[in-house]
Design a protein around this ligand. Structure first.
Ligand code: CP
Ligand code: NVA
Length: 314
């Protein structure tokens, strides 16, 4: 087995993965998508719990269906009314759950809850979104880019909007694969400096680049223009906040300045008329948002097999 395909216990961030491990997950997701039957029993007899402190459509459904296609059993535990760690300690959560389930998929507010959970359980822990990271989304996104362009290497990806969880994980994945990442946000909304620094280091090693700024013109020539909601689930919108984001709407003008082969990307859910115009997101020729949504399942199946599945003969 190649080093990139060695098992790891948890998937908490894209930053934890070596570039070869990101490449291997994308390759496995492509293979799973092509020939799902080969993996039909990879999770046989194993249970997966989904603990969600926040709402979800894509993540919940794609995990539940993906687990079932791998022959496992998934159950959803609604944590929207009481956060993990409130009724009993995060440690006791982990120590109990490992007696019944092989994998914990958790959507939380604080990344440190995932870290504490992972450190206190033998079950694998997969980050299904935290305030800080959204690694499963980013894996689906680089899978989508790979399908569209054959590779992420050299592809210019411009994220325009809030330097949030989706932006952070995307930047980490794109730079590890040698892409040209551009992050355009209103002043004060860039991703944390430490994330940008680590992306710069990664880009230098992997042959990519990172550019961060506040001028929407930086997205010119992009092969993919990506945006996300201006107000994430853990944030509160205000007239002032929305006004700051106004110049960063992805509209027909932004797409006209992108490269000739450019695609539009969004993790969804979207607010048409806010971060993106209806014309752009509903342009079937350029918008790949539903491919991204479908690819959540294939990418996550690759992760599930890596952390908890049976090896499949290649
Ligand atoms: N993109 C994404 O994570 O969607 P959900 O919030 O619906 O899971
Ligand atoms: N940035 C968004 C992503 C939703 C999938 C949020 O955290 O709400």
């Amino acid at each position: 087995m190649s080093q990139a395909r060695q098992r790891y216990k948890d998937l908490l961030t894209i930053g934890q993965l070596r570039p070869a491990e990101v490449e291997a997950l994308v390759a496995d997701a492509l293979a799973l998508k092509r020939e799902p039957r080969r993996w039909a029993g990879a999770l046989a007899g194993r249970s997966v719990i989904l603990l969600f402190e926040k709402p979800s459509l894509r993540t919940r459904v794609s995990f539940e269906v993906g687990v079932s296609r791998l022959g496992g059993h998934a159950m959803y535990y609604d944590h929207s009314k009481q956060r993990i760690g409130e009724r009993e300690s995060v440690k006791d959560y982990g120590r109990n759950l490992e007696r019944w389930v092989r994998v914990i998929v958790a959507r939380v507010f604080a990344q440190r809850v995932l870290e504490e959970l992972a450190g206190n359980t033998e079950a694998a822990v997969i980050n299904a979104l935290s305030n800080e990271h959204h690694p499963c989304q980013a894996l689906a996104d680089v899978l989508t880019l790979t399908e569209r362009f054959g590779t992420v290497r050299g592809v210019k990806v411009a994220f325009v909007g809030d330097g949030n969880n989706v932006c952070v994980s995307l930047a980490q994945a794109v730079t590890k694969l040698g892409g040209r990442m551009v992050i355009v946000t209103p002043p004060g909304h860039a991703p944390p400096a430490a994330v940008i620094e680590s992306c710069r280091r990664e880009a230098a090693e992997c042959g990519g680049s990172v550019e961060v700024g506040t001028d929407p013109a930086l997205a010119a020539g992009a092969d993919a223009v990506y945006t996300d909601e201006w107000v994430s689930m853990h944030q509160t919108g205000s007239a002032e906040r929305l006004a700051a984001f106004e110049p960063y709407r992805v509209d027909e003008r932004v797409m006209a300045r992108a490269s000739g082969r450019a695609v539009f990307m969004h993790c969804l859910p979207a607010v048409r008329g806010q971060e993106v115009t209806a014309g752009v997101i509903d342009d079937a020729a350029r918008s790949v948002v539903y491919d991204q949504a479908e690819n959540r399942m294939h990418a996550q199946m690759a992760v599930l097999v890596r952390v908890a599945g049976d090896e499949i003969a290649k």
